[in-house]
Design a protein around this ligand. Structure first.
Ligand code: C2E
Ligand code: CA
Ligand code: CA
Length: 490
């Protein structure tokens, strides 16, 4: 368009100069001036039109940039704009509410179209209880988010109805729906000015509610502090993998009657450059929440395979190392394939490898975990049900999973000297044996406990009484020492 206007303008100037330079009559000159005037008007109209059009295009593009194309509601950009509009002095009157809808579960079970309908129905349910001035967005990584001008009491009332409605919609689609639907509320502070951080706080609170089986939770100052620490943890974890800061420790287990080492459990540690050696409690639960736990699990598995290959060269038989897997890792579609890919790189008898799986109160992903367990067993790997008897006994898991052994939790052995505690410990061991399972007892710290476990005839003991977890390189030296000692005895 500017090129066209430029030609027109040049043409007009040319005409004008030609006309004035020639000896034309007054009438001809007037016609020329009129023509020139028309040319200028046309030129101006074209210019204005093009400016208006470009402004409109810009507005359309800006509007489009604020829309979530799947649902038609706003996206993160939209929410950020609405957030910035709130005057700082009344920010505390607003809350950000995140909805954890377990969309992955719905998509996996019913496909993309059902998922979109589910999200749209959820938006309708939320809007029914919202005021017309509230803003909504679908934020990638944080689900549905509402920015509402509302007090806590009304949030509570609204959420009870909204969550009930969303749940009834999804159970109409799938009466056996086992996904988690929950919400997290973050009340803004007047000093808040980072929308992404506020969304993060609301989202983490929603995740926490989902994990705790609560309908909804309000974010507190302590939680904000914890989330801040976790934000820095996230960047640190990426670096830690790159810098090989995660290390595998081995805690040896012994045969109950002879106290000979018969195997061990691999336990992750973080060799943090400033904080020193960190125990799993400092990073495993976070990794589970962030869905990055499988990286840790596969990393430890590979370290264990390397170790077992080395152990095989010593000619040691009847030895095992067990690996912990989060149920989340265990439930991954490609779990068996990934494990196989790692294991096949190393030469050792597959019988030496044991996978530990923890029991769980929720019957979540049980079908896939069951299927994966069967395939894992086909590879020759043994399976141990970990933390058995911690809080509740999952007889479902006992019945369903193709396990080879039970690991009785520390809580059981701690109560060995009470009448009931002793009866439970004996009962569990007998039950394990009747099911042809190896019974391991963990957390054993004293001679008295060892004596009782000998009486009860539990098979294997793991605990500080005999061995503490040590770095895998030290574990290798311990094993070498054991082999040497046994040779001398022979
Ligand atoms: P767990 O699987 O139940 O592991 C046993 C825990 O009990 C270990 O804690 C071990 O150090 C501790 N323990 C063993 N014997 C005794 C004892 O006699 N007394 C006491 N007080 N404690 C004892 P740790 O190493 O802190 O690990 C904690 C949990 O972290 C593990 O519990 C396991 O669930 C998890 N974990 C460790 N490594 C990994 C990993 O690579 N992947 C996954 N998903 N989880 C891991
Ligand atoms: Ca374990
Ligand atoms: Ca355990």
């Amino acid at each position: 368009m500017p090129a066209k206007s430029f030609i027109l303008l040049n043409w007009g100037i040319y005409m004008f100069s030609v006309v004035t330079a020639s000896a034309f009559t007054d009438a001809e000159l007037t016609v020329a001036v009129i023509l020139l005037f028309i040319a200028v008007v046309v030129l101006v109209v074209i210019q204005v039109e093009s400016i208006v059009k470009s402004i409109k295009n810009k507005n359309d593009a800006e509007k489009l940039a604020e829309v979530d194309l799947t649902t038609g509601i706003g996206n993160r950009v939209h929410l950020a704009r609405e957030y910035e509009k709130i005057p700082a002095e009344i920010r505390h009157e607003y809350a950000l509410i995140c909805f954890h809808l377990d969309s992955e579960h719905v998509e996996r079970a019913f496909g993309r179209t059902a998922l979109i309908n589910y999200i749209k129905n959820s938006i309708t349910a939320i809007k029914e209880y919202a005021s017309p001035d509230d803003s909504f967005a679908r934020v990638i990584g944080a689900g549905l988010v509402a920015l509402a001008h509302v007090d806590d009491e009304n949030i509570r009332i609204g959420l009870i109805h909204i969550l009930r409605k969303i749940r009834s919609d999804i159970t109409n689609l799938d009466p056996l729906f086992t996904g988690t639907i929950a919400a997290g509320v973050y009340r803004l502070k007047d000093t808040d000015n980072d929308v992404h951080k506020s969304i993060f706080n609301a989202w983490q609170t929603a995740e926490m509610a989902a994990d705790a089986g609560e309908d909804f939770l309000f974010c507190t100052d302590e939680l904000v502090k914890q989330f801040d620490e976790e934000r820095s943890l996230r960047t640190e974890i990426g670096r830690a993998f790159d810098n090989h800061e995660f290390v595998t420790y081995i805690q040896f287990c012994v045969d109950t009657p002879s106290a000979r080492i018969v195997g061990g459990e691999a336990l992750a540690r973080w060799n943090h450059p400033e904080k020193g050696v960190l125990s799993p409690a400092k990073f495993i639960p976070f990794m589970e929440r962030e869905n990055i736990i499988s990286r840790m699990d596969y990393y430890t598995l590979e370290e264990v395979c390397k170790f077992l290959e080395k152990v095989s060269t010593l000619g040691i038989k009847d030895f095992f190392i067990s690996c912990n897997f989060s149920r989340k890792t265990y439930a991954e579609e490609d779990f068996v394939k990934k494990c196989e890919k790692i294991i096949q790189k190393y030469r050792f008898d597959r019988n030496m490898l044991v996978f530990e799986i923890t029991e769980s109160a929720e019957e979540k992903n049980t079908d896939i975990i069951n299927q994966n367990s069967r395939e894992i067993k086909e590879l020759g790997i043994r399976i141990l049900l970990d933390d058995f008897g911690e809080g509740f006994a999952s007889f479902y898991d006992l019945h369903e999973y193709p396990i080879d052994g039970l690991k009785l939790d520390k809580a059981l052995v701690d109560r060995y000297d009470t009448e009931k505690g002793n009866a439970i410990l004996r009962g569990m061991t007998r039950m394990g044996h009747e099911m042809n399972l190896t019974v391991v007892v963990e957390g054993v710290e004293s001679d008295e406990q060892v004596n009782e476990l000998k009486n009860i005839k539990c098979d294997i003991i793991q605990g500080f009484r005999y061995h503490r977890p040590i770095p895998v390189s030290d574990a290798w030296n311990t094993l070498l020492g054991e082999v040497e000692r046994e040779r001398q005895v022979v």
